[in-house]
Write a protein that binds this ligand. Structure first.
Ligand code: SF4
Ligand code: SF4
Length: 379
């Protein structure tokens, strides 16, 4: 892949080119004491000079000592809120003359351009693609949004305290799923973006943005940044034999320990970029002349989720956490030929009691009846 350089001073031109071509820009921005994804217009809407400190159950914004645009790790939002909105009206119905008519929802007005997607997030998107548009049942809204969305990826310049993408082989360098990928380099007085093109559409857009071929020294500087990120992951997860292990661990005593800490609040599933479960709700107005069907995010942590005639299949918190973790790291492999976890660390950071999927796996392995003592889950 040919490497190019866009100077920091020319990045605004990339944004204005996208806007000029009719894209709605969605990217990182500061809001409610976090870096979240929202509509942005210019480079100045990015979280310039901000980063974050993350640990289990902790997230704090912090000032950087420089003017990096993408010098943060992932916040509570993921791109799934754009591709698969948390709340979406599917259609309405109006009573007319002893009958009713269905009113379809209008298609989205503008295609989106995702600015700043990280490698683990691109893997999460491709996992959701497999579930929601590449199987026998296609979600039409999801498919429409995905097919028209442009992706500008950014390689991670630092690892967060709860990141473990290296363990999940999903980062930190973007290798698929982008139109354009950037590595932000701040080197003394220089500030530029090593740029790679992933698609013809990305190449066409770059025709309108000042750029030049990258020099070897610039390529090496960008590679050092990604290598340093890979070497400083905040967490790791040993995945060897994990699926088989979890299939043998249904009666492991550690599930009771997690259940004593878990609030069954569903935060982990809301922030997870691969969780895709939804439910539908029908509502009517008081006259009964207007009805709507809404699709809303759902979670395997609620009692209602597994309710079938007569009661909930997973009535205890223990059974729900066991279902969630086992699905992420074992049964998902059988369903979709990939784990349901990309190592983004969000479920660790945003769990109010600091439950840590990587640590729980270590504890499960250590406490598995009949297994020899282990230190960090590795044999
Ligand atoms: S399970 Fe946790 S670490 Fe894995 S993708 Fe979901 S939120 Fe990220
Ligand atoms: S593991 Fe944490 S975030 Fe998930 S449901 Fe339990 S308490 Fe909530």
């Amino acid at each position: 892949m040919k490497s190019l350089v866009i100077e920091r001073t020319d990045l605004e031109k990339l944004f204005s080119t996208l806007v000029g071509r009719g894209y709605r820009l969605i990217g990182p921005t500061l809001r409610e004491a976090a870096i979240v994804y929202g509509e942005i217009k210019t480079v100045n809407d990015l979280p310039i000079g901000w980063t974050d400190g993350q640990a289990a159950g902790q997230y704090r914004l912090q000032r950087r000592g420089d003017a990096a645009l993408f010098g943060y790790n992932l916040g509570p939002h993921s791109w799934k809120k754009e591709n698969l909105p948390p709340s979406l009206r599917l259609f309405s119905a109006e009573r007319r003359d002893q009958s009713f008519v269905i009113i379809e929802e209008p298609a989205d007005e503008l295609p989106m351009a995702f600015i700043g997607a990280r490698s683990c997030e691109l893997h999460a998107i491709s996992i959701q693609d497999r579930v929601l548009m590449q199987g026998p049942f296609v979600d039409p809204t999801y498919a429409r949004r995905r097919n028209q969305t442009l992706v500008i990826a950014v390689n991670c310049g630092q690892a967060g305290g709860t990141c473990f993408c290296v363990s999940m082989k999903s980062g930190p360098q973007a290798t698929q799923g982008f139109d354009i990928a950037l590595t932000e380099v701040l080197d003394g007085h220089r500030h530029y973006f090593l740029t790679e093109v992933g698609t013809t559409r990305g190449a066409e857009i770059l025709n309108d943005v000042p750029h030049r071929a990258a020099r070897d020294v610039e390529k090496a500087a960008a590679q050092r940044i990604v290598d340093r990120t890979a070497a400083t992951m905040g967490r790791k997860l040993y995945t060897g034999g994990l699926k088989e292990f979890l299939y043998s661990a249904y009666e492991n005593p550690h599930w009771d320990d997690v259940a004593a800490r878990c609030l069954s609040c569903a935060n982990c599933t809301m922030v997870c970029p691969t969780c895709f479960c939804t439910t539908v709700e029908d509502v009517t107005d008081l006259s009964g002349a207007h009805a709507e069907r809404w699709q809303k995010w759902d979670s395997c942590f609620t009692a209602d989720f597994s309710y079938i005639h007569g009661g909930s299949v997973r009535s205890s918190t223990k059974s729900r956490y066991r279902q969630w973790l086992t699905h992420k790291l074992a049964t998902w492999m059988d369903q979709f030929s990939t784990p349901g976890c990309v190592g983004c660390g969000r479920c660790i950071t945003w769990c109010p009691t600091g439950i840590d999927i990587t640590q729980e796996v270590v504890s499960l392995r250590e406490r598995q009846p009949g297994r020899k003592e282990q230190s960090d889950g590795e044999p």
